[in-house]
Design a protein around this ligand. Structure first.
Ligand code: ATP
Ligand code: MG
Length: 262
């Protein structure tokens, strides 16, 4: 797994309840706000940013929290892709849209901020409609503090590492489809669903990584994105002897969504 040794200060030394400086401004702000005490481990350093497992402050009713700290200038992000941008612009002033499209310094800062807000709000929506996704706890300037899926020994494994002999495969497939349907009922399509953005923990699938999710009501590519998500999941499960037709699943879901039957 992508587990790296802790890279910064503020690591597991001394009492777990003694707040320390982490050296990372966003995490320090969570320490100051009494949400975490220190970094337990750095989990990954991905295209969007770095994810840490942090020790939760004793006033929080859990042992660990995950902090996703975004890279402000992540170039490979969907954030610049017009397919995903469509629908987000509707609440922005034309001047701001122009700055984002021209990628001026100001435009990049606004886009970065909107991106973090989008993930935070999508996690809130997911929590409120019963989708198994990490519950958001707090927002930092470039970061999100959320429920941690895993334990002190490490984060939950990705769906990708599922053992083909695992006899709960069909159950996982059904859980994912159920969550896709719940999301769609809230007008959302994940848009980057894959066996790497799904974790397995305690016989349950958890959907993560949602800044790019699109609102079906305002995005003309929503059906294609939904089909791509479902196809990736079906392709993966086909290797685990669960054979399903992605286009049929997509059109059935879409029809139910349009008739408000989800
Ligand atoms: N809440 C969480 N609990 C446990 N692990 C998490 C959590 N959130 C993220 N992770 C771990 O961190 C990894 C990266 O998170 P995420 O996919 O949200 O970020 P990303 O920047 O898009 O990274 P990537 O490019 O690897 O997809 C996940 O694949 C997972 O292993
Ligand atoms: Mg990811």
């Amino acid at each position: 797994m992508h587990q790296h040794p802790p890279a910064q200060g503020g690591l597991e030394s001394g009492s777990p309840y003694e707040p320390v400086t982490t050296g990372i401004p966003d995490l320090d702000s969570f320490v100051d706000r009494g949400l975490i005490t220190h970094i337990h481990t750095q989990l990954t350093s991905g295209k969007e940013g770095t994810v840490y497992c942090c020790r939760a402050h004793p006033s929080i009713n859990r042992k660990f929290l995950a902090a996703k700290v975004y890279r402000e200038h992540a170039e490979s992000s969907y954030k610049w892709d017009p397919t995903y941008f469509q629908g987000r612009e509707r609440v922005l002033k034309p001047k701001i849209i122009r700055a984002i499209q021209a990628r001026t310094e100001f435009g990049r800062a606004v886009a970065a901020n909107l991106w973090v807000s989008a993930e935070y709000e999508n996690l809130q929506k997911m929590a409120s409609c019963g989708v198994h996704a990490p519950k958001p706890i707090a927002r930092g300037e470039n970061s999100i503090l959320m429920e941690y899926v895993g334990n002190g020994a490490g984060p939950a494994p990705h769906l990708d590492s599922l053992d083909p002999r695992d006899n709960t495969t069909q159950i996982y497939f059904d859980q994912i489809l159920e969550d896709i349907a719940r999301l769609l009922a809230r007008h959302l399509v994940h848009g980057d669903l894959s066996p790497y953005n799904i974790l397995i923990w305690k016989e349950r699938t958890w959907i993560i990584d949602v800044p790019q999710a699109v609102d079906v009501r305002f995005n003309q590519s929503a059906f294609e994105l939904l089909h791509r998500d479902i196809k990736r999941i079906c392709d993966f499960f086909a290797k685990h002897a669960v054979k399903r037709d992605p286009m049929k699943i997509t059109t059935d879901l879409w029809e139910r969504y349009q008739r408000a039957r989800l």
